[in-house]
Structures are given as C-alpha cells and as structure tokens.
Design a protein around this ligand. Structure first.
Ligand SMILES: [Zn+2]
Ligand SMILES: [Zn+2]
Length: 269
C-alpha cells in the first residue's frame, strides 16, 4: 500500500516567503511491520551482505555484532538519492548496546547490488541491546515530499518570522515547526527532524558543512504532528519498527560528499 502525506494545510511560501530558500525534498520511508527480504529496501530487515565480507562489529564493544537498520535500493529512492556514483545499495547498521550520550554507533556501507554474490546471514543481535534500539523488520513505502527548515533556519530569520508564526498559529491553529516545516519520521535527505536544536555537523576532513543523509526516528506518529499522518493511516495507528531512541527522538546521519569514502558522522537527540 502506498502512503500519501496530505498537502500542507496552509500555503507555507505565501505566508512566509523567506523560507522558500530553505525548501528541500525529502523521501519519507514510512516503515511498516512486514517481512522484507535481502532484495527489498527495509528498516530492520535482512541485508544483502556479501558472504565473503566480515559482518560489522562495534568498535567500542569488540566482537559485538551490529544489527541491520536501513537498507535502500536506488530504484526505491531515486531522488534525492543517497548513493555515490556506481552504487545502488545503501546499508546502515548500528550497535544497539549502550554508549554514553550517543545511544548507538552506526556504520554506513554503499555498494553495487549486482556485485553481491552469495548473501551472508546476519548474526543474532547481541544480548542485552539498549531498550528499543533493535528495529523490528519493516517494509518501506517511500514517498517524496517537500519540507522547509525549522530548527536549522538562521537565527536572524527566526527573529524576523517569530511574530508572524505566532499570529498564524493563533488564527489557524497550525504551528510552523510541528505542522508546516520538517516531516516527522524516518527519511532520506531534506532536513534532519531534530527533536532538539543541534549544531549542524562539519566534516572533520574538509571542514565544510555535511549533507543530511538519513534521519531514523523512533516513530512518525506524534499527536501534535497529525498534519503529517498519511491518509492511509488516519483510521488506525500504523505498526512501525518499535524503536525507542532516547526520549522518542532519533538518530541523524550526515555525510561529506566531497571527501574520499564519504565520511559519516551522526547526532542523537
Ligand atoms: Zn557498541
Ligand atoms: Zn569533507
């Protein structure tokens, strides 16, 4: 079943023309409980991992296997595409055990699906993973939507918009941050769905601002963000990955597209 986000309830760029410069496309992945295979894009599903390649282990818990988090095929996420040239498969794993203040330690892999021969089965998840840090298997329903920066707007623009945002909310009930700007839930590209304000990461190699690669959120269902609930899920709550990251926040992955090997960093909040 496809998932369709309803249009924004107000014309964002008519009310706040300044944010047009901060318009981006994102792909909401809409993970829903299912039985994906290694040939499918998934969240928490089996990866198409080469049999001859060692399974990733946590650098902070030596010998402790990581667990599959996200697998994306280019055919399912053509634009904005998180794939370097020659690659059509993105795989994200993380160590689900406790790490001070960072919750998880992720690992990102890009490859050509056609180059993977025999597939290595995943080892069992480590005993005592952090609560809610091993996603249950979900199939994805990718949907491209438009969003606008919220936390990431420059401070002077926030100052200029503040009164208008409050006025619009008083008149219509729609809040810029919750209903009009960034899409909630697990998504590719666009703006990170920060649960709290965070400094934008810069590359340790070239010092340039990094690209938002992927947000993995605990849930896309928030009572206060009803305006983003897909049409298909309005009658009954959707079954997702059952993640519980921090205070129902998320893990935010960034990459540098200029440096060799596309170094990755992450934030958690
Ligand atoms: Zn670990
Ligand atoms: Zn760089």
């Amino acid at each position: 079943m496809t998932r369709r986000t309803p249009p924004r309830p107000l014309d964002v760029e008519a009310l706040f023309p300044e944010v047009a410069a901060f318009r981006r496309n994102t792909v909401r992945l809409h993970p829903r409980r299912g039985e994906p295979g290694p040939g499918d894009s998934s969240l928490g599903g089996p990866l198409r991992w080469p049999a001859e390649e060692p399974w990733p282990l946590c650098p902070e818990h030596p010998g402790s296997p990581m667990v599959p988090v996200v697998q994306l095929y280019r055919a399912d996420v053509p634009d904005p595409a998180p794939f370097p040239p020659g690659c059509d498969l993105l795989q994200v794993l993380w160590c689900p055990r406790r790490h001070d203040h960072r919750w998880v330690v992720p690992s990102v892999h890009r490859r050509s699906a056609a180059a993977v021969g025999a597939v290595r089965p995943a080892p069992p998840a480590p005993p005592e993973p952090g609560y809610g840090q091993v996603p249950r298997p979900c199939v994805l329903h990718p949907e491209r939507v438009t969003e606008y920066a919220s936390w990431d707007l420059p401070q002077d623009l926030w100052d200029a918009l503040e009164d208008r945002i409050e006025q619009v909310e008083a008149e219509t009930g729609w809040d810029y941050q919750y209903h009009l700007s960034t899409a909630p839930g697990t998504k590719v590209g666009g703006w990170p769905g920060w649960a709290q304000e965070q400094p934008w990461p810069h590359c340790a190699g070239c010092r340039a601002p990094m690209h938002h690669l992927l947000t993995v959120e605990s849930t896309e269902e928030h009572d206060c963000r009803w305006a983003w609930t897909p049409v298909e899920d309005r009658a009954a709550p959707a079954e997702g990955a059952d993640l519980s990251l921090g205070d129902l926040g998320g893990v935010y992955l960034f990459e540098c597209r200029s440096c060799p090997g596309r170094p990755v960093t992450h934030r958690a909040c």
